[in-house]
Design a protein around this ligand. Structure first.
Ligand code: GNR
Ligand code: NI
Length: 170
């Protein structure tokens, strides 16, 4: 397994739409394993292929503390969302150090395929539901600050620049 480099916002690959996976081969499984290793090393609770510069519809997610809940999902789609929204503070490995509240449906059903092409269906709530929506957004070229109002997004970008400036100073 190999650690991959995580790209930073506003890299154009984060604004691009990832392509559906049609071939379920060893290269796909290698990529998914590398993504899981990269997510755990970061550390993070999810990672989308765009974030390692690959425009394929693959995400990995694990919201457990003990690395027992790894999901490797290919071609994931949101099949159903609850009417009820929940507010959650989100972060992103491509916008490191920035945390903002985002409102999303609090329950989702996600349909996907495994790395061998088997169908998977997941009903999720709480952090897992947030994370699945955050990762599927990445595959569609959307980052979490895109859900904020223009004013809040501008302020978030300013905050991010300050965080990065500070990081380069010390
Ligand atoms: O590690 C991550 N934490 C997180 C916290 C709240 C909501 C979403 C996330 S996903 C993020 C990892 C990441 O950037 N995935 O794309
Ligand atoms: Ni992210």
């Amino acid at each position: 397994m190999t650690l991959r480099t995580i790209v930073s916002y506003p890299d154009p690959v984060l604004a691009a739409t990832a392509e559906r996976v049609e071939v379920f081969d060893e290269e796909l499984r290698q990529l998914a394993d590398d993504m899981a290793e990269t997510m755990y090393a970061a550390p993070g609770v999810g990672l989308a292929a765009n974030q390692v510069g690959v425009l394929k519809r693959i995400i990995v997610v694990d919201v457990t503390d003990d690395q027992t809940g790894l999901l490797k999902l290919v071609n994931p789609e949101i099949a159903w969302t609850s009417e009820t929204l929940a507010d959650h503070e989100e972060g992103c490995l491509s916008l490191k150090g920035l945390y903002e509240h985002v409102k999303r449906p609090d329950e989702v059903i996600v349909k996907a395929q495994s790395v061998t092409g088997e169908p998977i269906e997941i009903k999720a709530e709480g952090l897992l539901a947030v994370c699945l929506q955050h990762e599927i957004d990445h595959l569609n070229g959307i980052v979490f600050i895109d859900h904020l109002s223009r004013l809040k997004k501008d302020r978030a970008c300013t905050k991010l620049k300050k965080l990065r400036r500070r990081e380069h100073e010390d």
